[in-house]
Design a protein around this ligand. Structure first.
Ligand SMILES: Cc1ncc(COP(=O)(O)O)c(C=O)c1O
Length: 400
């Protein structure tokens, strides 16, 4: 039987740099002790106080169909939080609750792209971006950012790609680079969106994990609220990855259409999950600060370790739970380096090539193991890279 082109072409096909991840998982299942620094899953779990509210809500009967747009309480809580943090007037009519940020990425692209439309995204990118765009029938077009700009996008590069585009997807703080877009970068991006009449889809799921600089939501820039759809999530901020609770914030008219889409796709998010999310968000900063703290600490450790050597470069780690390391001095691709590190030292990191072409020759390190193991792994990684460089220059001098 024939399957749709859309579903069979969702992923790009071929080797995508994730082989090293699956190999590490296989080794772990066979009992090999691998230090896993691959995916963005916290090493702490959802706070017990959040689980207790979730349990009470479920036992208390909030287990039937919830309102499709989200409960009034959670929509109001998200709206108040967004307004307080950005200064942009926001009400529950600007908010749709979704089953996580990923569903919000799919819904926002469904809302603004027709089949065959071009949707832009920035390389390096979070792994699902091109597939999400292809999944709504649009054409995914990457705009490269550059290691020499610390992966801050250039407005002129976006502009040059924007001729036939309807939307642009950005992500700051960024996965995989850990870069936080500066005000200047965001103003440049906003200018292109206004000039080229683009929708801006702003993935802000790491907005509570900022180590340097400040998180600026582009929805708060002049004339941007009418063309920006913000994607948010409880996954990263509150270690609630498994609860599947996120949101879209945008113009009322778009949210109205997105509620129709939700009625025909997800039919909402469980009420007891939403009650737990409302509680967590109304607790102010303390729960999200607790979640962010280990990453802040490990990022400081990483800066110290990287400063002691000069083989591996650190892309400025300003936010999110990842480090992007430049391993080009070894002369190897990120994929070859990651495979060799796994084979030699049982440390699993992801090749930059898993996230597009712009980060080739780099590896992404998730800061998701305890401090001591994290520091030891980073030191080993740096020593390994230095050894590879020394071996390379030895071979070079032997061959003359
Ligand atoms: C940049 C980015 N956006 C969105 C998501 C999706 O998050 P969730 O669907 O768990 O909210 C992730 C998850 O890793 C991510 O890194």
């Amino acid at each position: 039987m024939k399957l749709s082109h859309r579903i069979t072409h969702l992923t790009g096909g071929g080797s995508d740099g994730w082989d090293v991840f699956y190999r590490a998982r296989r080794m772990i299942s066979e009992g090999v002790a691998v230090t896993e620094l691959t995916i963005g899953e916290h090493d702490i779990r959802t706070d017990p106080s959040i689980l207790s509210v979730m349990n009470d809500a479920a036992v208390g009967g909030h287990t039937g169909y919830a309102m499709v747009p989200g409960t009034a309480l959670l929509r109001d809580t998200v709206a108040a939080r967004v307004q307080a943090r950005t200064g942009v007037p926001t009400t529950r009519d600007n908010v749709l609750i979704t089953p996580g940020g990923q569903a919000a990425l799919f819904a926002t692209h469904s809302a603004v792209c027709d089949a065959g439309d071009t949707a832009l995204y920035l390389d390096p990118y979070y792994a699902t971006y091109p597939g999400t765009i292809r999944g709504v029938g649009a054409v995914a077009k990457a705009v490269q950012t550059r290691a020499e700009d610390a992966f801050q996008p250039r407005a002129e590069d976006i502009d040059a790609a924007a001729e036939d585009a309807v939307s642009l997807l950005i992500n700051s703080p960024n996965n995989p680079t850990g870069v936080v877009y500066s005000r200047e970068t965001l103003e440049g991006i906003a200018g292109v969106c206004r000039d080229r009449d683009l929708w801006l889809i702003s993935d802000e799921v790491y907005d509570t994990q900022v180590w340097e600089g400040e998180h600026i939501s582009p929805r708060s820039l002049p004339d941007m609220a009418a063309r920006t759809l913000v994607v948010g999530s409880m996954s990263k901020s509150h270690a609630m990855t498994g609860s599947r609770c996120g949101w879209i914030v945008g113009p009322e008219e778009v949210i109205g259409h997105l509620i129709n889409l939700a009625t025909h796709t997800t039919y909402g998010v469980p009420g007891f999950i939403q009650d737990a999310a409302s509680y967590a968000l109304s607790e102010g900063n303390h729960l999200e600060d607790e979640i962010a703290e280990p990453f802040r600490r490990r990022r400081a450790l990483a800066k110290e370790i990287l400063a002691r050597q000069n083989t591996v470069g650190l892309i400025p780690a300003q936010g999110a739970m990842y480090l992007m390391l430049d391993t080009r001095a070894t002369g190897m691709s990120g994929e070859a380096f990651a495979n060799a590190l796994l084979d030699t030292h049982r440390i699993a990191v992801l090749p930059g090539e898993s996230f597009g072409q712009a980060a080739s020759g780099h590896v992404r390190v998730a800061m998701t193991v305890a401090d001591e193991a994290f520091a030891k792994s980073l030191e080993t990684l740096c020593d390994f890279a230095a050894q590879l460089v020394a071996d390379k220059s030895m071979r070079f001098s032997e061959t003359g």
